[in-house]
Design a protein. Structure first.
Lengths: 218, 215
């Protein structure tokens, strides 16, 4: 039994080093790219949350921001919650501008215009989409002796980034990414999750394209 | 203390712990509500938070309060949010200790705002089978003079939702949905307050310039 248990552990350990495959596609359409980067201006990435049946995950927004700053630390990405609090109530789901032309109306308010100037905001990037889990199958039974069985499920991620030039009050680009992957969880005594990093692949895909737009080094 | 007494104290303590475990799960809504980024109106506003508002709570609508397995207290968070919001919207805000009534003349305020939570609906994963907590509230506002004469009255809704996937517990999910609903209430109120015709008439009477009003 001891040998069997050790083998099971060894197999589990090896399997935990692997991850499931993810298929990812990225479409990009940008114009008026800054030729020498954005200088000392800043960027904010916000999740769209006005839809009733889904909302863009805050951790996905953070992931894209981190991806950009980790590859080019000269780009200042303002934290989403910090921006929402500083500009409250103008970027809440109910009040957030839906089109670039709404920026002009927003800037008519003196405190808002002053705050934007202080933040040196050059680009506002809206992220819209979500990652959903689907197609679950399999079964697993657990007892005091361990777990036995097999489970599988898939994740689909679809996100769209829309880039607004805050100074020109115009949309200057769109990046779409979709990713899907199948995750598995075999269990022989110990359940081993082999997770497809679907959201991570979508984050990298959209982050790379945004880097190409914003950074002078890419 | 004798050993009999010690045993009695221990028994009483155990009973207290057991009884405390039988009570409903209580969520006291807690959040940070930022001040609004708005040009304040050049007025002194009074605000009266009635007991039903300041101690507002909701619980499982299918049961009585005592039978409900959970109670959500929103009153303190309501007062915190509205106090902060109004302080940012007006030059000065005075929280009144007594309700406006005939014969009162002080403190000197342009008007008194009285908020009420008229209705609250919620959806939890047990009801909807989806992992989203939702809270919808309908407020009623009375704007009256310090001696209780009505100036304006209107209703307003607010909505907050949060998926459980990002959160660690149901309590945190309920708290965040309530905080989102309160933030939405503040956003709705502050962006529409000066657009109600009766409020606009009152602001003109107070000599507030039209360009100070939110577009």
């Amino acid at each position: 039994m001891n040998t069997f248990f050790l083998r099971a552990l060894a197999v589990s350990g090896l399997m935990s080093l692997t991850t499931a495959c993810v298929t990812s596609t990225v479409d990009e359409m940008t114009f008026n790219e800054p030729t020498e980067g954005i200088g000392d201006s800043s960027v904010v990435i916000l999740g769209r949350r006005h839809s009733s049946d889904y909302e863009t995950e805050p951790d996905f927004v953070t992931c894209v921001g981190d991806h950009i700053t980790s590859h080019d630390d000269s780009i200042r990405v303002i934290d989403e919650l910090e921006f929402l609090n500083a500009l409250y109530p103008w970027f809440e789901p109910r009040t957030a501008p839906l089109y670039p032309k709404n920026i002009e109306q927003l800037l008519q308010q003196k405190p808002v215009a002053e705050k934007m100037l202080a933040l040196k905001l050059e680009y506002l990037i809206w992220l819209d989409g979500s990652t959903v889990r689907s197609d679950g199958a399999g079964s697993m039974a657990c007892s005091f002796n361990g777990c036995f069985g097999f489970g599988t499920w898939s994740h689909d991620a679809n996100y769209e980034a829309t880039i607004w030039d805050f100074t020109d009050q115009a949309e200057v680009g769109q990046v779409n990414t979709s990713a899907s992957g199948q995750s598995y969880m075999p269990a022989v005594i110990i359940p081993i999750p082999i997770i497809a990093p679907v959201q991570g692949a979508a984050c990298d895909g959209i982050g790379d394209q945004l880097l190409e737009f914003l950074s002078s080094e890419y | 203390m004798t050993s009999v007494n010690r045993r009695r104290w221990l028994f009483a303590l155990l009973m207290l712990v057991a009884l405390a475990g039988c009570g409903p799960n209580r969520v006291i809504v807690d959040g940070n509500f930022p001040p609004p980024l708005i040009e304040p109106l050049p007025l002194t506003l009074g605000v009266w938070f009635g007991d039903d508002f300041a101690r507002h709570e909701f619980f499982d609508g299918t049961k009585s309060r005592d039978e409900s397995s959970w109670v959500v207290n929103t009153g303190a968070a309501q007062v915190q949010m509205w106090d902060g919001l109004l302080t940012g919207m007006f030059d000065q805000v005075i929280v009144l200790n007594d309700q406006p009534e005939a014969g009162r003349s002080s403190p000197a305020v342009a008007a008194v705002l009285i908020p009420h939570v008229e209705e609250l609906q919620y959806a939890i994963p047990e009801h909807t089978q989806i992992k989203v907590y939702e809270i919808w509230m309908r407020y009623r506002f009375e704007l009256v003079t310090i001696d209780g004469q009505p100036i304006a009255e209107w209703t307003m809704s607010s909505y907050g939702k949060t998926p459980t996937a990002f959160l660690q517990s149901d309590q945190e999910a309920v708290n965040l949905a309530a905080v989102m609903a309160l933030r939405d209430a503040g956003a709705n109120f502050s962006s529409h307050f000066t657009q109600f015709p009766a409020v606009q008439d009152w602001l003109r009477e107070q000599g507030v310039p039209a360009d100070t009003m939110t577009p």
